[in-house]
Ligand binder design. Structure first.
Ligand code: ZN
Length: 373
């Protein structure tokens, strides 16, 4: 089948049953697996952690026999390839020199934010009110810039002062459970708010910071793929604007379609179109909480195909790729691990012509990697 998966968290998973192993990648027919070095902002992780995980990545490739990929031309036949990516712009610590060092170390994709704001910009969760329902005024007094009056730069001048004055946790209290932990009812409520745009107008400025823009432009020059998954809608559109001049594609490595299921980690139709117009792709994520509020395998299968169909309908057949998020979230009963991927290919062939299914499982991702370098 020769599929390409734009995102998994096997590199930082410490225990439990792994969705991604050499054996499972072989059984699934994997051509290229991206391995994310997840930089946890809750632990204040940064550049040093990313460099340490790059060492882990090299050791894993040597141990498992993965062929490391730093450019599309490194992808050959008959091998399982691995690409090092970083999830969390905190790895840059606000420094373009560190961005360049990560590139030299082999990082070829950067997910700009995770679930908390950082020096580069704002996550999708920044757009939502806390589930605890604090009024905007109350939040403002806690230092959370929800009034829309603080620019991102003012709110987050750099990593250091933020940590000194107010921990990230204090600035952003636990009003957003992490991936996969939202109750369906709460998700539905949020989705309605998003669809009606009531929150959008209040938080229009929470996209890329000026440093984020500079980093994105430097990434385009270097040939490091920009990933907007976890990013706010404004961040996605800011990235699209920043990369337009150089016709550089960008991706959402692990997201779905918000029109199909209203989870904030999914992309709006405008977002899907912006990724597609850049020549980039959306890696369809298998995290059940993003796909549907019904946990059965059959419903997850239907939901994945519905997200796939919608992304292709809105963004075109060149816009859809795969981004499992294996080992980063509770498993999907329909696609529990990498060995199950042929099942997905067969089902994609049932809703798309086979040349489109081929683009989805590998062609589109390959095209994006070729375009950035
Ligand atoms: Zn993620």
């Amino acid at each position: 089948m020769n599929y390409i998966d734009l995102h998994c968290d096997a590199l930082t998973k410490r225990e439990g049953v792994f969705h991604v192993t050499r054996k499972k990648l072989e059984a699934g027919g994997c051509l290229l697996q991206c391995f994310a070095a997840f930089i946890d902002p809750r632990k204040g992780e940064g550049f040093a952690r990313a460099m340490a995980l790059a060492d882990h990545f090299d050791a894993m490739c040597a141990r498992e026999g993965y062929a490391p990929v730093r450019a599309a031309r490194d992808i050959g036949e008959g091998k399982i390839h691995a690409m090092l990516t970083v999830e969390g712009g905190g790895a840059l610590e606000g420094s373009l020199e560190k961005l360049e060092a990560l590139y030299r170390r082999g990082v070829r994709m950067l997910t700009l934010t995770w679930n908390l704001p950082n020096e580069l910009g704002f996550p999708n969760s920044s757009r939502l009110p806390p589930l605890g329902e604090l009024a905007p005024a109350e939040r403002a007094t806690e230092g959370v810039p929800f009034s829309g009056e603080l620019s991102p730069e003012a709110a987050f001048p750099s990593r250091r002062p933020l940590e000194g004055e107010l921990s990230t946790a204090a600035a952003f209290p636990p009003w957003r459970p992490l991936e996969g932990e939202l109750a369906p009812a709460k998700r539905a409520t949020e989705g309605v708010s998003l669809r009606h745009g009531t929150l959008q107008s209040r938080q229009r400025r929470f996209g890329l910071t000026s440093f984020g823009r500079a980093a994105v432009e430097r990434m385009a020059e270097l040939g490091m793929l920009v990933d907007v998954s976890h990013g706010s809608d404004d961040l996605l559109f800011d990235v699209a604007a920043a990369l337009k001049r150089t016709h550089t594609p960008f991706v959402a490595s692990h997201s779905g379609a918000r029109a199909v299921f209203p989870h904030p980690r999914n992309l709006s139709d405008e977002g899907i179109r912006a990724v597609a117009e850049s020549g980039g792709a959306i890696g369809l994520c298998f995290v059940p909480a993003f796909l549907t509020d019904d946990g059965t395998a059959e419903r997850n299968r239907e939901a994945i195909l519905a997200h796939a169909r919608h992304i292709v309908r809105v963004g075109g057949e060149d816009a859809l790729a795969l981004g499992s998020d294996f080992d980063g979230a509770p498993e999907n009963p329909y696609l529990p691990d990498a060995a199950a991927m042929p099942r997905l290919y067969d089902d994609l062939c049932s809703i798309f012509p086979s040349h489109v299914a081929q683009k989805v499982v590998s062609g589109n991702a390959l095209r994006v990697f070729q375009a950035i370098r």
